[in-house]
Design a protein around this ligand. Structure first.
Ligand code: CA
Length: 499
């Protein structure tokens, strides 16, 4: 799906709580505007252009937006000058809550998933993994009116050609009667429905699986799940193969992370690799490449062709790993432990969405303006955390919410309760840990680590601020950059994986 990694960016960024890192303070360029007069003039000429030849005048005019959506331009211009550790990314996307939701969805849609597997050859849990990561099992579809978004993007100064095509395709979808006009809402860039397809992907790959004559990826779970399976199938899915598995590297082994360099299982066995639990590698992958998302000291994986089909859904190895891991945990049917066997190379792992909500509730009760308690560590929450860290002299005041900050502010998994946080006047200093003893110890630990960083822990989150900002570790970080393709299309690309 071309541009899927961009088009799902808005939803994904919400899901994983992307925000500007405190250390990245580069000024953003002033966003150019699109006036309504400019847009209406643009739309009038678009109507007569070749890209809209298949769309009737009445359809075009019926869904013609009365004004541009400036928030779309804001999103387009957003420069994600942040970095996010992969363990933060995965801990929010693959938490026990999402695994439980997936286990329930698997039971609820068992018969549909069986039929889909029979027709497309795609394992039920792989479909569920995509569904869970893309739209939280149909719960998060995006609320932006698609025609406003796509019309704005079609007339704004960049990527016009691509978005004009998507705009015309979106109009075609309603003209065909597949999706009700009111259901045409989605991410700022035009991805919509439970599968978060772009309109062009919809026209290419959506299927009507419930047999009502419409390909309704918004309201029909069977249509959405079958369309996902069809997508994976058309991108080269191999029936009966796992996506890959976590492995253990023999001591002294070194190889670069390169999932595209596929070798036989015999090759990897000869190299001394085993499953992470020490068992011999099974011969159920036709070929596999090595994936080291956080370098050789973190979890290691051998990944096959099916991992690549996840990757094609949203060009990011971290994203594909989230789907893979979620699908494994749903298969296992156990949400109690969501970690990999090998720990991430950090002493401060990421938090779940529930833990994020607990932190947000604590900050809110203490008078910090964090916006909505939504489990998403966004700009407002990060700013509040940073202010709290500064007020307590916790260094670095980086605004990051990891397990240590969670322990400090919210206790150890104890649900937040208003009466346990702060006092009535809502002063920042009023935040009290639920359990003072461990929290105080944690505070001491943080202070201690701040002044005496362990030389062996290059990715220690609690390095002094100047050190961590001056020498960011490349390993295990999720970064984004803009890449202009040969076709002039600008993509947001996650560069955590060197792709
Ligand atoms: Ca249907």
């Amino acid at each position: 799906m071309r541009l899927t990694h961009l088009t799902t960016f808005s939803l994904l960024s919400a899901a994983i709580g992307l925000s500007l890192a405190s250390t990245a303070q580069a000024a953003r360029p002033e966003a150019p505007n699109l006036s309504n007069a400019e847009m209406q003039q643009c739309l009038s000429s678009l109507k007569n252009s070749s890209q809209f030849r298949g769309i009737s005048d009445s359809t075009f005019e019926r869904y013609r937006p009365s004004e541009p959506d400036p928030s779309v331009i804001q999103s387009l211009n957003y420069q994600p000058e942040f970095q996010k550790d992969i363990w933060d990314y995965l801990s929010a996307l693959v938490d026990s809550e999402r695994v439980d939701d997936g286990i329930r969805a698997k039971q609820q849609w068992a018969e549909t998933l069986r039929q889909i597997e029979a027709r497309y050859g795609v394992k039920a849990e792989h479909v569920l993994g995509v569904w869970g990561v893309e739209s939280n099992f149909g719960q998060t579809l995006g609320k932006k009116p698609l025609f406003e978004s796509l019309a704005t993007l079609s007339c704004f100064d960049r990527r016009q050609s691509y978005f004009r095509g998507e705009y015309a395709n979106a109009l075609k979808i309603v003209e065909d009667g597949d999706i009700a006009p009111n259901d045409m809402t989605g991410s700022w860039a035009g991805a919509f429905g439970q599968t978060q397809f772009m309109p062009s992907t919809f026209l290419e790959l959506a299927v009507d699986f419930d047999g009502d004559g419409r390909r309704d990826l918004v309201n029909s779970v069977p249509d959405a799940l079958a369309s996902t399976a069809n997508f994976l199938d058309k991108r080269g899915y191999r029936s009966g193969e796992p996506w890959g598995y976590e492995v253990k590297l023999p001591s002294g082994f070194w190889a670069a992370s390169n999932r595209k360099d596929k070798k036989s299982i015999s090759h990897w066995r000869d190299q001394g690799l085993t499953l992470a639990n020490g068992s011999p590698l099974p011969y159920d992958l036709s070929s596999a490449g090595l994936l080291l998302p956080a370098g050789k000291d973190g979890p290691a994986f051998l990944v096959g062709k099916n991992f690549d089909t996840f990757y094609s859904y949203n060009a990011s190895e971290s994203y594909a790993l989230a789907i893979a891991h979620l699908s494994d945990l749903i298969t296992k049917g156990d949400s109690s432990k969501t970690d990999f066997i090998t720990a991430w190379p950090t002493d401060d792992p990421g938090i779940s969405r529930q833990q994020a909500r607990d932190i947000q509730q604590g900050l809110l009760n203490a008078g910090y303006d964090i916006g909505e308690v939504d489990g998403i560590i966004g700009d407002n929450t990060r700013t509040a955390i940073q202010q709290y860290q500064s007020s307590r002299n916790i260094l670095p005041a980086d605004g990051r919410a990891g397990q240590k900050f969670y322990a400090l502010i919210a206790g150890h998994g104890i649900p937040s309760r208003p009466s346990l946080y702060g006092n009535q006047n809502g002063q920042a200093s009023s935040i009290q840990p639920l359990n003072p003893a461990p929290a105080d110890r944690m505070g001491q630990l943080i202070q201690q680590q701040t002044t005496e960083p362990s030389p062996s822990s290059s990715q220690n989150t609690y390095q002094p601020a100047n050190q961590s900002s001056a020498q960011p570790s490349n390993s295990g970080r999720v970064r984004y950059r803009r890449v202009t393709g040969a076709d002039g299309v600008v993509n947001l690309v996650r560069v955590d994986d060197g792709s």
